[in-house]
Write a protein that binds this ligand. Sequence first.
Ligand code: SF4
Ligand code: SF4
Length: 166
Amino acid sequence: MSHRSDGILEPRQLLPLVPPAERKALGPFVIIECVESIPCNPCVEACPKGAIRIEGDMNGTPSVDFDICDGCGLCVSACPGLAIFVLDMSLDAGAATVSLPYEYLPLPTVGDTVVTLSREGEVLGEGTVERVLSAKALDRTPIVTLSVPADHAMDVRHFTAKDSTA
Ligand code: SF4
Ligand code: SF4
């Protein structure tokens, strides 16, 4: 499959990575935005439920059994490529959450309003920090969960402090 040379996924590459609407409505799910063939598999090892598979040798790309994944997020922290996210699109009132790996300091604080960014680094809007799992708790990359408008959930993949864009 051809792809952008900057490694940013195109919409058509995202489609096979997300579960059907019925599964999205049930609760949190993982989205693994890893489509390059690289020798890597910590995500497989990190999932306590065995929901992630890489067919063949370690150079394949991961796939998820969405019937098994409960959106726990353990694989998010384990991915050296920062390519794994957990979305919850089952919430009411037009909101969703996006849990993403975050390697910058200082870590945000619960309740902070932050500027949400796309895969390309474009400003999308604002989000609210709902949860911060520190590296100490995970022994890996911290995970930050943001509350965002539901129609931004598929696009928010990073954020920055609100005052850093002023
Ligand atoms: S979110 Fe949890 S259950 Fe789902 S694939 Fe990752 S580690 Fe497994
Ligand atoms: S750990 Fe991350 S980079 Fe490695 S195969 Fe899994 S998703 Fe891809």
